[in-house]
Design a protein around this ligand. Structure first.
Ligand code: NDP
Ligand code: 8X3
Length: 251
């Protein structure tokens, strides 16, 4: 398969690249940090080197996304799976204290980034009557928590967008899936806490979080189902994570 992955420099995206390359798939790995894309290339076993194509790409830049997808090398040009994985949470302040710039960045990345890539790839998939779009959502899109405000709302968007795509794609063989993990130890919390490694580590202290490889395994399972099966939504979380009770402010 030819698999296009956004946010492949770290976390889930990187784990997917390494897994899929080793399974013999062709992978287009994208992200903004070019040095990490180079490092990733160096991790690929010699026999699979030609199966990796890297592109420095910011998913928020619509024209760049269009150019990147329009100018893929011929052997990578027929994208069969798009994984809309690039995303981030910025800050965990309550809404009344949050920065509007952080909200803008989350919306541009987690929503517009998904739309920019999907809009480029989807018509070709429909024309070929095959393909699979995987959107990485989050449990935060379903379950609210203090400070989750816009991050959770962007992931609620990816959930509903995935299901609405499914509705539009009826009559085609194009598949769509929303994968919605809970706590997973990647650079996610470091980004959320603006590089504060100690705060980020504390999030996962004393519990076993999901790993990036766990998510790559789920994506692999989803894309390898027989063509007549569409997995709509997968929600998963660590055994040591759960939901909270309703909160009450008492006098
Ligand atoms: P990481 O921070 O480890 O990875 C995020 C990736 O997104 C990086 O490769 C980063 O690459 C990329 N990215 C961020 N902004 C952009 C952009 N504008 N353009 C292109 N790439 C971008 O986090 P995770 O691997 O954990 O996160 C992956 C996805 O999973 C995100 O959508 C996140 O919301 C979601 N998620 C994470 C959970 C967790 O607990 N970790 C749980 C549920 C969902 P670069 O900086 O090089 O551009
Ligand atoms: C990330 C999972 O629970 O930190 O999407 O919001 S959580």
């Amino acid at each position: 398969m030819i698999i296009f992955i956004t946010g492949a420099t770290s976390g889930f995206g990187k784990a997917m690249v390494l897994k899929f390359i080793n399974f013999g798939h062709k992978v287009i790995a994208t992200g903004r940090r070019e040095n990490l894309l180079k490092e990733l290339s160096q991790e690929i076993p010699l026999e699979f080197k030609n199966n990796l194509h890297t592109i420095k790409l910011d998913v928020t830049k619509k024209k760049d996304v269009e150019m990147a997808i329009a100018h893929l090398p011929i052997e990578f040009s027929q994208i069969e799976v798009l994984v809309n994985n690039a995303g981030l949470a910025l800050g965990i302040d309550v809404a009344q204290k949050a920065l509007i710039e952080d909200w803008d960045t989350m919306i541009q990345t987690n929503i517009n980034g998904v739309l920019n890539c999907t809009h480029c790839v989807l018509p070709k998939m429909v024309a070929k009557n095959s393909g699979h779009i995987i959107n990485i959502g989050s449990v935060a899109g379903e379950f609210p928590y203090p400070g989750g405000n816009v991050y959770g709302a962007t992931k609620a968007f990816t959930h509903q967008f995935t299901l609405n795509l499914k509705a539009d794609l009826l009559g085609t063989n194009v598949r769509v899936t929303s994968i919605e993990p809970g706590m997973c130890q990647t650079q996610f919390s470091e980004v959320r806490f603006r590089g504060d490694k100690e705060k980020a580590q504390a999030v996962y202290q004393g519990m076993e979080a999901l790993s990036a490889n766990d998510i790559a395994e789920v994506v692999d399972w989803v894309i390898s189902r027989p063509a007549h099966i569409n997995i709509n939504v997968i929600s998963l979380m660590p055994t040591q994570q759960a939901f909270g009770s309703f909160a009450v402010s008492r006098k």
